[in-house]
Design a protein around this ligand. Structure first.
Ligand code: NAD
Length: 468
């Protein structure tokens, strides 16, 4: 089912009206976290954080449970997924439901904050993880609601409040998820405005957010521009930037499984996740069988040179960069654009190319994969390292050879390295470990969680409380 933008605006308006009716408070100050100006949003979050300091850790857990519960209601999961897909024109409803559920259920809460103790003849020293205060969190258009859910749980668990700089192309759904969370928080007695934003996001507003003296930490999830901007504010910044994840397949891999998993990972939310397989490098000996298996699981493999040219002309602009109109579109939509109507369900488009092809070099964020042949595993790994461009983000390898897996891990240095599975296993979907939607390669926090949003503070007691 599709919904139009006027319907979305009406939903936002209705939530705001409900807020006023129930709270009876001034719209510009208490509209469940949404404000007209960035200054108001920051002031409100600042006040909220001061109140929040009076809450116990048990209170924090109760508030986080309320966030999880409200998002996990099926109608809310579906509303957010549908609105995000519709408003941004990117990704797909089904996978956005999965991503929102993952964020709500597998983002760690206060259990992530573990204190350290050092005791001895001189007494007891504690290292505690305490809040920064107000965090400015900038969210991407590719995961607009997932990032708000994930960041809110982690940042609130650590005792902070959050002001969101959302993407203008996802402003309505961002408002809805922020209000939904604030409303749920208010119902369980949390301070108002623990998470805030502006009704009209813009680059100017995000710049005000990043440079405001009351904002103590910046967490930027997005492309290179915003990560650099965040890191030059002079504040503590976490940068979660772009990647270009290669999937390497060597001759020892389970090729049937590799073919299936690469299609699953690369088609997830139409390849929007920064972690999704963006190109394939395969050892020549098994390349044909891999392509056969990818086709079996929903790949449309382009062999005709003229067809490939048409695809390039549509997806790559005159400057040699990805055509933004096709980011996050489905494989079938892209094929239609070049006049192809395949029989059966198509999930990804593949084509053999050399390693310098834009389908390999660029983070397309489209279910379109260049496949590059290598003579052996070593060459495949070297190509993967080259095309990952030092983002140190995510890489995938299908292999049964421990030496090859170790060599790849050592050489590519990515924050996430998934072995023998689809890329999304790396963020906790079908793989062990918690979930995150802010993967901080550039600044080194890795898969962020509550402890990434906390300051380490030392508390020293002399001569007492050691009982050894
Ligand atoms: P984007 O960089 O265009 O926008 C991200 C956010 O930053 C938006 O809210 C945008 O409004 C804001 N913004 C961008 N440039 C700005 C500037 N100069 N000043 C102020 N605000 C600015 O990215 P996007 O298209 O929304 O998201 C896709 C990108 O994000 C991809 O490169 C993807 O790899 C990356 N990403 C990374 C992670 C991660 O965890 N590492 C997660 C999701 C997305």
């Amino acid at each position: 089912m599709n919904i139009d933008l006027s319907m979305v605006e009406n939903i936002v308006k209705k939530v705001m009206e409900e807020a006023l009716a129930e709270g009876g408070q001034k719209e510009e100050t208490y509209s469940f976290g949404v404000f007209e100006t960035m200054e108001e949003a920051i002031e409100a979050a600042h006040e909220a954080q001061a109140c929040y300091m009076n809450n116990s850790i048990a209170d924090r857990e109760k508030f986080i449970a309320a966030i999880r519960n409200v998002i996990l209601k099926q109608e809310n999961l579906e509303l957010l997924a549908r609105m995000a897909a519709e408003e941004t024109g990117m990704g797909n409803f089904e996978d956005k439901v999965i991503k929102n559920r993952l964020a709500a259920s597998k983002t760690p809460g206060t259990e992530d904050l573990v204190s350290e103790a050092m005791s001895g003849d001189d007494g007891l020293t504690l290292v505690e993880l305490s809040p920064y205060g107000v965090i400015g969190a900038i969210t991407p258009t590719t995961n607009p609601t997932e990032t708000v859910i994930n960041n809110s749980i982690g940042m609130l668990a650590a005792g902070n409040s959050v002001v969101y700089g959302t993407h203008p192309r996802a402003k309505n759904v961002s408002v809805v998820v922020i209000q939904m969370i604030n409303k749920a928080l208010q119902e369980v007695g949390a301070p108002a405005n623990l998470i805030t934003t502006v009704a009209q996001p813009s680059v100017e507003n995000t710049n005000i957010l990043m440079n405001h003296p009351k904002v103590r930490m910046i967490v930027a999830t997005g492309g290179p521009g915003i990560v650099t901007a965040a890191m030059t504010t002079g504040k503590k910044a976490i940068g979660a930037g772009a990647g270009n994840p290669p999937a390497v397949v060597d001759e020892t891999a389970d090729i049937e499984q590799a073919g299936r998993d690469i299609v699953l990972g690369a088609s997830f939310d139409n390849n929007l996740p920064c972690t999704a397989e963006k190109e394939v490098i395969v050892v020549d000996q098994v390349a044909d069988y891999l392509i056969f298996n990818m086709k079996k699981h929903g790949a449309y493999h382009i062999e005709d040179a003229a067809e490939l040219k048409r695809l390039e002309a549509v997806l790559i602009n005159e400057q040699g960069n990805p055509n933004k109109d096709y980011i996050g579109k489905s494989a079938e939509y892209i094929l239609q654009a070049i006049g192809i109507k395949p029989a059966g369900k198509i999930k990804v488009i593949t084509a053999e190319t050399d390693k310098n092809h834009p389908f390999v070099q660029h983070e397309l964020m489209m279910p379109v994969l260049g496949i590059v042949r290598a003579k052996d595993a070593k060459e495949a790994i070297d190509i993967a390292v080259e095309v990952e461009h030092g983002c140190r983000h995510t890489a995938i390898m299908h292999s049964k050879n421990i030496d090859n897996l170790t060599l790849m891990a050592k050489k590519i240095q990515t924050t996430i390295f998934v072995k023998n599975g689809p890329s999304y296993a790396g963020i906790g979907a079908g793989g062990e470990g918690y979930a995150t939607f802010t993967i901080a390669g550039p600044t080194g926090e890795g898969l962020t969680s509550a402890k990434s949003f906390a300051r380490r503070r030392r508390c020293v007691l002399i001569d007492g409380f050691h009982i050894r």
